[in-house]
Design a protein around this ligand. Structure first.
Ligand SMILES: Nc1ncnc2c1ncn2[C@@H]1O[C@H](COP(=O)(O)OP(=O)(O)OP(=O)(O)O)[C@@H](O)[C@H]1O
Ligand SMILES: [Mg+2]
Length: 610
């Protein structure tokens, strides 16, 4: 978990720096290719709406002029159009055009909503798809809360890009139609509109750049904050015990404070751009009117229309500007999501072609593994196991046992060396047959928030009787039957019905349920009382010979069922042999056994009781 201050460095290299400059066009192109029909509908309705609006403006201006002159008929030219009409006909035409614009407005508001909703669903489902395909190596490197933040808040912020792109299209096309209409009426007016819009775009560009940089810093801030929140929730119990509530609050407040400025700037800039635009446009409108008055004073009706069009173009120009601003501020979010999705997808291990049948041999050939370049967690491991053997793994804390388990499960490819099953690289087998063949009980049991049955089944097709058999073998069946809803009892993180040992046995049942060929247990009895441990020991004894069993254990008693025990010290094999051989040759195993023997005084007391 990064502290707020340590994030400073990473903020400097936000992904926005590496983004293509034409982000706005890229988003529009993306929408065009993702939803061509909707985009075509949006463009058509925007253009038609623009013309309807231009018509309404023309009718308004001419009618106002008629009323001002106390006339009832009009004979005028609006650009290329010669108009002869009564005031009544003009008003009917105006109402018709206004209604048409309303109908088109319904379309131009519905289509962006549809685009945003469907893009949001697509982004969420694509990102989750990529995450589930990613290698464990990449998934396990994510900062705490990172993925959760990406798939919730970051997608919400990124989706603003699509919303803004859709709004931008409507605004830009309507603006264009008004410009075209203005050209027809008065080329001077059109020139005025274009000049005004161009000047404002140039003036506001630096604000856009600044907003984009601040949004990138904010995106980084949200990720760190999400990590802090996740950690605080995970450690809530410890926080109570150690009375660390105040410090936790301070810590999260520090996260919030660390991105207060970019947050303020992003929010302010988003509003500032519209305000600046509005103020400047009135200024420039007055200037344009003066120019128009002196350059083309002939037709008062046309001048009125031009004035109205200038005002409306100003609004659409402002909408274009704020669309661009929103798009640019969404850019860091879009980029981060893309980078994450790319990293997840690129890490996905391709499935092999060979179906894995019976597991005959398992071999590690000169296998080393490093989490980072600095230090190897496993060094030049050589190991040969015959199918059906029961192997124990023992070693001091941090020796590399869980790392070895992850290699054996195929979760992490060795940094160097080979992992062979039946003489072939493990990657040559189909993922499906490999997943069916291996099972695992992790060091820390992790449950779904679901029924006991669903927890044991774990998304696989396993019939109820096999679920119950697995529960019996794992020594949890009797406990389950005592719970109010039996196998339908809801369990899961923070469900208070079950203890750590019961969780561990549910995980063991999960591992046994599909009758695996290779079962790996990472300290399966660490949370069990001696009687529950004996139950597990008995079921492991019954399983012996039916499958290849690898048991990582701190308790020496667990290793008694193993035919051979691998001793790992400091990432390297210290010894590999039967319990008797290991006892005779000394080293870590012998000293661990000696340390685990019951204290002599307790033994003496027990003997005297007998
Ligand atoms: N995800 C990780 N990233 C970086 N280093 C790690 C990671 N997991 C483990 N390590 C390091 O690799 C080494 C071996 O760790 P590992 O978890 O395999 O030990 P272990 O033998 O299982 O210990 P324990 O008995 O305490 O469970 C340790 O030095 C540990 O700090
Ligand atoms: Mg471990």
């Amino acid at each position: 978990m990064l502290s707020p201050s340590s994030r400073k460095r990473s903020q400097d290299s936000t992904p926005a720096d590496s983004l293509p400059k034409s982000f706005v066009w890229e988003q529009i192109r993306h929408l065009l290719s993702a939803m061509p029909l909707s985009m075509a509908g949006l463009a058509l309705s925007s253009v038609a709406g623009g013309f309807a609006e231009a018509g309404v403006l023309a009718v308004l201006a001419e009618t106002a002029l008629l009323i001002a002159k106390h006339q009832s008929d009009i004979a005028t030219t609006l650009g290329p159009v010669r108009l002869h009409a009564s005031i009544g006909a003009l008003l009917v035409l105006g109402i018709g055009l206004a209604l048409a614009r309303l109908a088109l407005g319904l379309v131009t508001s519905f289509i962006p909503a549809r685009i945003v909703t469907s893009m949001q669903a697509t982004l969420r489902s694509d990102l989750f798809d990529a995450f589930t395909r990613a290698s464990w190596n990449v998934q396990s490197r994510d900062r705490e809360g990172h993925f959760q933040e990406l798939i919730t808040n970051h997608i919400n912020s990124a989706i603003q890009a699509y919303s803004a792109a859709a709004a931008l299209i409507t605004a830009a096309l309507t603006f264009l139609v008004l410009v075209i209409s203005a050209v027809a009426l008065s080329p001077f007016a059109a020139l005025g509109i274009i000049l005004v819009a161009g000047t404002l775009a140039a003036v506001l560009r630096p604000l856009g750049n600044l907003g984009q940089r601040r949004a990138a810093a904010l995106s980084e801030g949200w990720l760190a904050y999400a990590g802090g929140v996740n950690e605080a929730v995970r450690l809530a119990e410890e926080t109570h015990v150690f009375g660390a509530q105040a410090k936790q609050r301070e810590r999260l407040d520090a996260f919030i404070a660390s991105f207060h400025r970019p947050n303020l700037h992003v929010n302010w800039l988003a509003r500032l751009v519209s305000t600046v635009y509005q103020s400047l446009i009135y200024l420039l409108l007055v200037v344009s009117l003066l120019v128009l008055y002196y350059a083309a004073p002939a037709n008062l009706g046309a001048l009125g229309v031009v004035v109205l069009m200038l005002v409306r173009s100003g609004s659409y120009g402002q909408a274009v500007q704020s669309g661009i601003q929103t798009l640019r501020q969404s850019q860091p979010y879009v980029d981060r999501l893309r980078a994450a999705e790319r990293a997840y997808r690129e890490s996905a291990a391709p499935t092999g072609a060979e179906p894995l049948g019976e597991l005959k041999t398992l071999e590690l050939r000169d296998v080393s593994f490093s989490y980072d370049r600095a230090m190897a967690a496993l060094k030049h491991l050589n190991l040969e196991v015959v199918g059906g053997e029961t192997i124990g793994v023992v070693g001091p804390s941090g020796a590399g046992k869980s790392t070895l388990v992850q290699i054996l499960l195929g979760l992490r490819p060795p940094t160097s060396g080979e992992y062979l099953i039946n003489g072939r690289g493990v990657g040559e087998y189909t993922n499906e047959s490999w997943n069916r063949a291996v099972a695992y009980v992790p060091q820390e049991p992790r449950l779904l928030h679901a029924s006991v049955t669903e927890n044991i089944r774990f998304f696989r097709e396993i019939p109820d009787d096999a679920v119950m058999r697995a529960a019996i073998d794992a020594g949890i069946h009797d406990d389950i039957m005592r719970w109010s809803d039996g196998y339908n009892t809801m369990v899961g993180p923070r469900a208070d019905a079950i203890s750590g040992g019961q969780q561990q046995r549910i995980c063991l049942a999960r591992a046994l349920a599909a009758e695996p060929a290779l079962l790996i247990l990472d300290e399966p009895t660490s949370a069990l009382d001696p009687l529950a441990e004996q139950l597990i020991q008995d079921s492991l004894m019954r399983l012996r010979g039916n499958l290849t069993l690898v048991v990582v254990a701190h308790r020496m008693s667990t290793l008694e069922i193993c035919e051979r025990v691998l001793v790992i010290v400091d990432g390297a094999v210290e010894a590999f042999g039967s319990v008797a051989e290991l006892l005779s040759c000394g080293g870590y195993y012998r000293s661990a056994v000696a340390a685990s023997l019951t204290a002599p005084t307790t033994l003496a007391r027990l003997t005297s009781l007998d």
